[in-house]
Design a protein around this ligand. Structure first.
Ligand SMILES: [Zn+2]
Length: 217
């Protein structure tokens, strides 16, 4: 599995180096939650916002390695916008600022990183959602690559992002929402905290976007 992962990343790198189109996207990486808003919390106390940030930073580092300069919505464990408050108004301000950052970016492609949580601990596995027809091939390729290269038991199918997700409802660019795993599932929870697994997820995301841009999917 690792070999295939490496070869898909290498081919994406070659594509990026040789044929990155002039009108390529600027990836905007959104580490979900942060600061007063930790997001989901596992029964053992692992907080979603930290995992989102770790995967986002690895994704950004890998983009830079490929000569692509991403925009990061947050780079530390803080809220976005006015982090001095908490509660509902601060959450609304945080989300509005995220929308602004995406909308201020020319040719943006949003990559939003989150984790899932469910009452029944049996359910696990990454689930990729998309906004916009341009983003659908990437979401499908990512979901397929997760199954083929990381998690053969993952039979999830991509879907459009639900309309009640504020950030995705407000943005006008294409994007994906990567729910990388379930904090309520013990296998996922262990993997999501593993740096090697976080890097593999980053590899799939970066090679996926570069392949999409080069017309390879
Ligand atoms: Zn979340």
């Amino acid at each position: 599995m690792m070999k295939r992962l490496i070869s898909s990343v290498v081919s994406a790198f070659v594509l990026a180096a040789l044929a990155r189109p002039a009108a390529a996207y600027t990836p905007v990486i959104d580490a979900g939650h942060g600061g007063f808003d930790g997001g989901a919390v596992s029964s053992s106390g692992v907080i979603e916002s930290g995992l989102n940030l770790a995967i986002s930073l690895k994704t950004a580092a890998l983009f830079r390695l490929f000569g692509v300069d991403p925009v990061l919505i947050r780079e530390t464990d803080t809220a976005v916008g006015d982090g001095s408050r908490s509660g509902r108004t601060a959450k609304a301000a945080d989300l509005r600022r995220r929308v602004e950052i995406v909308e201020e970016t020319e040719d943006a492609f949003l990559i939003s990183i989150h984790q899932n949580m469910f009452g029944d601990s049996r359910y696990g596995g990454a689930h990729i959602f998309y906004k916009g027809e341009e983003a659908k091939p990437l979401a499908e390729a990512l979901q397929r690559n997760v199954r083929e290269q990381l998690d053969p038991e993952n039979t999830r199918e991509t879907k459009p992002v639900a309309n009640d997700v504020y950030l995705f409802r407000k943005i006008t660019c294409p994007g994906i929402l990567a729910e990388c795993g379930f904090l309520s599932n013990s296998r996922d929870l262990a993997e999501l905290q593993d740096e090697g697994h976080q890097k593999k997820l980053a590899c799939l995301i970066v090679s996926g976007l570069l392949t999409l841009e080069s017309g390879g999917m």
